[in-house]
Write a protein that binds this ligand. Sequence first.
Ligand code: OSB
Ligand code: MG
Length: 382
Amino acid sequence: MKIDAIILRELHLPLVRPFETSFGVTSSRRILLAEVRSEGLTGWGECTAGEHPFFSPESTDSAWTVIVNELGPLLASESPEHGGQCPRLFRGVRGNRMAKATLENAIWDLEAQRQGVSLAKLLGGVRDVVPCGVSLGIQSSIPALMETIERELAAGYQRIKLKCKPGWDVEVFEKVRSRWPAITLSCDANSAYRLRDADHLTSFDAFDLLMIEQPLWHDDFYFHSMLQKRLRTPICLDESIHNRRDALAAIEMESCRIINIKLGRVGGFSEAIAVHNAAQERGIPVWCGGMLETGIGRSHNIALSSLENFTLPGDVSASARYWAEDIIEPEVSVSSAGEIAIADAPGRGYEVRTELVERLTVRKETIRAVELESLAAPASSR
Ligand code: OSB
Ligand code: MG
């Protein structure tokens, strides 16, 4: 497919309520969207980088720069037949996986439309509904958290994940467990603990958690494997897993028993499928993480979650939990059984509300092909 243009935008969108993790509070998102136009069709991609490089080294601004200066011109100069060719095309650029995923996912989105199949089918998905959980930020008080949990359970969500950190952990788990002894409960520390907390972390075993997500350093495997030996509760890795090789190392070292797959963190659909397959072959279940996405990233997460080994409820929940008005139509909704139905329509299954996108756009840049040969030529011949 010939790439006619790549339009990169930044949108500003306030969250309906602030989201607090061990690394900070997010009240409003700066969302990057890529719109890839080819032969009369438009594929969309959403960048999952945060406003600050706190979750990963990437940020909205770093991704903008890398897409505009490096990845966008590379892609616009090629005519990829499908998204699986992007990793090779981008391989000269190290890291910057969220920036890469923004463009690669737009190509898959485009390809599904071109073939007239759903994105889920194109990826190899087998499910028609996705089990959903919620990720609950650190709250102002325990009563406030209890009220939130009550609301989410009443809405049907199958699993409650509590963000935690030193000072917001065992006391909270105790209160939640004494009120709801049997719900599926997990926690996510976003790397808030150190080895000196190992005894404290083993006390989490008392609460029958489905998993403890990323308790230690964001770039660690070895100490997670030491900790896992001491824990009955499975560790789930999020931040540490950037590709299939990381997944293999983590599984081999027994650093985790569950893997969270995020499209942006692993660089796009190709690598997400590779991580999924590697985990499946080794009996390690996976689930799809969220990064406070708008409907575009959310629709891609839903399609990914249709793959066979996504057996645990993901952090893919309804649009209304994040946005007063989402930029897709229909909005993502979750049934009273805590499931999202996967549409069988061609493409991502949700229309982009382009007028709303235009209204929310605060910066925009159109990227076209560059003459790579002239860039590569020796100075004397330019
Ligand atoms: O660690 O899973 C995480 C949000 C931002 C950064 C990191 C994480 C999260 C979430 C939110 O847990 C999941 C969501 O509801 O999108
Ligand atoms: Mg996480």
